[in-house]
Design a binder for this molecule. Structure first.
Ligand code: HEM
Length: 147
């Protein structure tokens, strides 16, 4: 019974990993286009970016929830090196996503903010986040034992 449940949760965990990385790649072309559109269509682009960030955030929560469930019912103890490193990097990424992305979106509606500066920042934050996610993907799949 438990091995089957474990398999289902691993699948849900991998699915939430896909959903928390994949949508970010749609951000890049949107950011590029947002630079050249007028204020009338800017709102439409921003709401799509908002939806993407929300989706990534929800998937991130599912990722942590399923990951912790796997630790509870599975064979890996929490102090395994790749688990501790992933949890640490996850904390750093949550910080970037929560502060970086939401602050960028808030700044967009503030008067006197330079649109290109905000978009540069959004682009940088997205790449940094993708980099951290890929690092965690490697830790999860390779499971390196550092200690
Ligand atoms: C709080 C954070 C996390 C915890 C506690 C956690 C925990 C786990 C555990 C216990 C497994 C099962 C390993 C096995 O039995 O083979 C697993 C598998 C996996 N995790 Fe995570 N995880 C976390 C975050 C992540 C993140 C951020 C990603 C992707 C970016 C990710 C991607 C994967 C993948 C692809 C697998 C399948 C690997 C395999 O079967 O070889 N996990 N995770």
């Amino acid at each position: 019974m438990i091995p089957k449940v474990y398999g289902i949760i691993v699948f849900m965990h991998v699915l939430s990993a896909v959903l928390s990385i994949g949508p970010l790649f749609i951000l890049m072309p949107l950011i590029k286009r947002l630079r050249s559109v007028g204020t009338n269509v800017e709102g439409a682009y921003l709401s799509i970016i908002n939806v993407i960030i929300r989706l990534v955030m929800h998937a991130g929560h599912a990722l942590v929830f399923t990951g912790v469930s796997l630790l509870i019912i599975g064979p890996w103890p929490w102090y395994t090196s790749w688990v501790i490193l992933t949890v640490f990097v996850m904390g750093v990424s949550a910080f970037f996503l929560a502060t970086g992305f939401t602050r960028v979106l808030r700044n967009f509606n503030k008067a006197g903010m330079n649109k290109n500066d905000i978009l540069d920042r959004l682009n940088r934050t997205s790449w940094l986040y993708i980099g951290l996610m890929i690092l965690m993907l490697w830790l999860m799949v390779e499971k390196p034992m550092f200690w």
